[in-house]
Design a protein around this ligand. Structure first.
Ligand code: ZN
Length: 240
């Protein structure tokens, strides 16, 4: 008699993290996308992304738009050109931080670069969906990931006109975050990603478990869906 032993390989994904120099992934996490917040981190991201399970994104976060040195956009284009799998992030808009006009300018510059070079853009948005929608309706992003996603069904419908993916983090574990739970429920399944938004990608294990409960799907199916969505997303980064 032959006994088949079934191994279930758990391939968790952290679609938005901020790793430290020299960090590697724990066994359960198979793909991580690490984002820069400011120019000083770009070289670190390129080094981290040499690990075959870690992908990198370079960008300027809306919290760090002041004092950008002349030539920062050329520097970004140059680094992206030398690293064909590198993405653009973390970029975006945040109503709780100053100088929205400059935030919009810096966001548009980076989204244009991402489009010109056919790279995925990883976006942060707090309280500025009207401005994000105004920008992407003009620029028509090549592929875009909205991280720590939290928006109403009306916004979701408008974002789905573009090549959008939506990443959910620890907010799904908070029972009071009903808008996040509703967003997850109303989202097309092939657009859902998971994230830690931290230097601890293993956080996604609890996040994905909660997502499977909210959507009433088996955990193994939830893990597979997110893994397959991420593989599809990353194909966009391989055409440059
Ligand atoms: Zn982040």
């Amino acid at each position: 008699m032959c006994t088949a032993i079934l191994f279930i390989i758990m391939k968790y994904v952290d679609a938005h993290c901020h790793l430290n120099v020299g960090q590697t992934l724990t066994q359960d996490v198979d793909i991580a996308i690490t984002n820069a917040a400011q120019v000083s981190e770009w070289q670190k991201i390129i080094t981290l992304a040499q690990n075959n399970k870690i992908w990198g994104a370079i960008g300027v976060h809306p919290w760090y738009i002041s004092n950008l040195a002349d030539g920062w956009t050329e520097n970004m284009q140059c680094m992206l050109a030398k690293n064909p799998e590198l993405m653009v992030g973390e970029i975006g808009l945040d109503k709780n931080y100053p100088d929205m006009q400059t935030q919009i300018f810096v966001f548009q510059e980076q989204l244009n670069i991402a489009n010109d070079m056919k790279r995925i853009a990883h976006v942060h948005c707090v309280g500025a969906w009207d401005k994000i929608l105004a920008t992407i309706s003009k620029i028509q992003p090549y592929a875009i990931v909205f991280h720590a996603f939290d928006a109403s069904p009306d916004i979701i419908q408008q974002l789905l006109r573009y090549n959008s993916y939506f990443s959910f983090g620890t907010a799904v574990c908070n029972p009071n975050r009903t808008r996040v739970h509703n967003a997850l429920r109303s989202m097309p399944r092939n657009r859902i990603l998971s994230e830690s938004d931290s230097d601890n990608p293993a956080t996604v294990i609890g996040v994905v478990q909660k997502m499977s409960e909210i959507l009433s799907v088996p955990l193994a199916d939830m893990i597979n869906t997110i893994y397959n969505n991420t593989v599809e997303l990353l194909k966009h980064g391989q055409t440059a």
